[in-house]
Design a protein around this ligand. Sequence first.
Ligand code: SF4
Length: 283
Amino acid sequence: MSVSKQYLNIHDHSRELSGLKYIYSVISRRAGGLSIGVNLNVNNACNWQCIYCEIPNLTRGSPPPIELDVLEDELRFFLHEIIHGDYMEKNVAIDDRHLKDIAFSGNGEPTSAEEFPKIILIVKKVLQEFNLLHKIKIRLITNGSLIHKESVLAGIQTLAKIGGEVWFKIDAALEENTKIINQVNLKPKHVVDRLKLCGEICPTYVQTCIFTLDNKEPNDKEIDAYIKLIDNAKKNIKGVHLYGIARPSLQPEGHRLGRADINVLKNIADQLHNNGIESTVSY
Ligand code: SF4
């Protein structure tokens, strides 16, 4: 296996840089350093089709069976390169040379992999080998749509035990907006139920992408509904991460999207704060 000589930066989230099947690395705005990514959806298939999605050739579906032994070997190899090898020196600018997290953040919804609970156990085992358990975060970036499944809950329970956390995508609170943005039919009540369930078993943050669509920013009605939805689950969540679009959408609707004014994000953050909900803004 070989590693890239190219420096990583926050604008390039190419999954190919590490040359591996399931494991990649990025410099993450979110994590503030080097993040090891676990991509289970190697076929670029997701059960959602968000209009801002950066995945090339995105299709609907779930991943093919995961080769668990390959994933385990790759994670071990990559951690070895980072910790004992010269991966950081060769690929990462000096200020970013901190291993921040392992993030399940691939080319589709990670919990749609049937092997998801087993994979969390593999991550635990490999981190133990490197004496890194509880020293780096393990983050599950999810659209939350499968949280109610018994196997997914089991995986998230293990994640909680090893100091992990969930980032739960909610981009809109009105059903008609979810249909446009995420291209799924989703009742707000079901979103809140799943969010609460998730927050009860594992530290959970909401993550929300804010952008303009056809040059229009989110309006007051949409923002009010969003604030209300988050408020309904506020006892069960740790906070909210609001972020603007940093990289171009690779979906057919991409040309309709633009960056919202930072004040839109700040205004939402202020309203959340007034309701006692911590939030961060990445722009
Ligand atoms: S849930 Fe994530 S991977 Fe799936 S379409 Fe939306 S942005 Fe893309």
